[in-house]
Design a protein around this ligand. Structure first.
Ligand SMILES: CC(C)(COP(=O)(O)OP(=O)(O)OC[C@H]1O[C@@H](n2cnc3c(N)ncnc32)[C@H](O)[C@@H]1OP(=O)(O)O)[C@@H](O)C(=O)NCCC(=O)NCCS
Length: 172
């Protein structure tokens, strides 16, 4: 199985997997989201598409990643595609300088909760969005993407150097 950028030729497979993985409303947003997603990845096994991931990179200093949708064909689940897709998105978000990546998951979605927890995502209260990002409207943008019943998860890259210049203690 390999992870690569999605292309136009993958569209039919992505629609099929979205419809098999989400209810009508989520599937609608998943399909619509393909237009502007970055990263936009597929997991491929031979010639068959096993899953896809749609991300959003919020610009800023530093930028912030958001795993908008990740889904794996029901017949191909439990074989590592979901993990590989999220891992690759983390690498790509990081390569653009993001220091945090968010995901939103329904609390009763055990596979998804486990997947993100196994990749060091932690649950945070929604109000942290306001506390951390109100100065650039990210909390507003993210709220538009979050359904009321979803839990917010965040993965922080702690091993990145600090974004701002550190204060140098003055000699007295
Ligand atoms: C969530 C989803 C993408 C996981 O994809 P997957 O390819 O089956 O996941 P992986 O095989 O990579 O498994 C990764 C981890 O997820 C967890 N996991 C996967 N399936 C699970 C299940 N049925 N129950 C509990 N945990 C599960 C495990 O912790 C696993 O880690 P482990 O191998 O150490 O046990 C897939 O179940 C899916 O498409 N679900 C429907 C769509 C969805 O809900 N997407 C998430 C919200 S956008």
């Amino acid at each position: 199985m390999r992870i690569r950028d999605a292309t136009v030729a993958d569209r039919a497979a992505i629609l099929r997997i979205a419809r098999a993985s989400f209810d009508r409303v989520y599937a609608f947003f998943a399909v619509r989201g393909t237009r502007h997603a970055w990263p936009f990845l597929v997991a491929e096994d031979g010639t068959s598409i096993e899953g896809f991931l749609e991300g959003i990179l919020f610009r800023g200093t530093p930028p912030i990643g958001y795993v908008y949708f990740v889904a794996v064909d029901p017949r191909a689940r439990g074989m590592g595609s979901g993990r590989a897709l999220v891992q690759e998105s983390l690498r790509l978000f990081r390569s653009r300088g993001a220091n945090r990546v968010f995901a939103a998951v329904t609390e009763d979605n055990d596979p998804s909760m486990h997947l993100f927890a196994s990749l060091a995502f932690e649950r945070v209260a929604r109000r942290v969005l306001w506390r951390w990002y109100r100065w650039r409207g990210l909390s507003v943008q993210m709220r538009m993407l979050l359904a009321p019943h979803e839990v917010l998860l965040v993965r922080t890259f702690t091993d990145l150097p600090p974004a701002s210049t550190q204060e140098v203690p003055r000699a007295s």
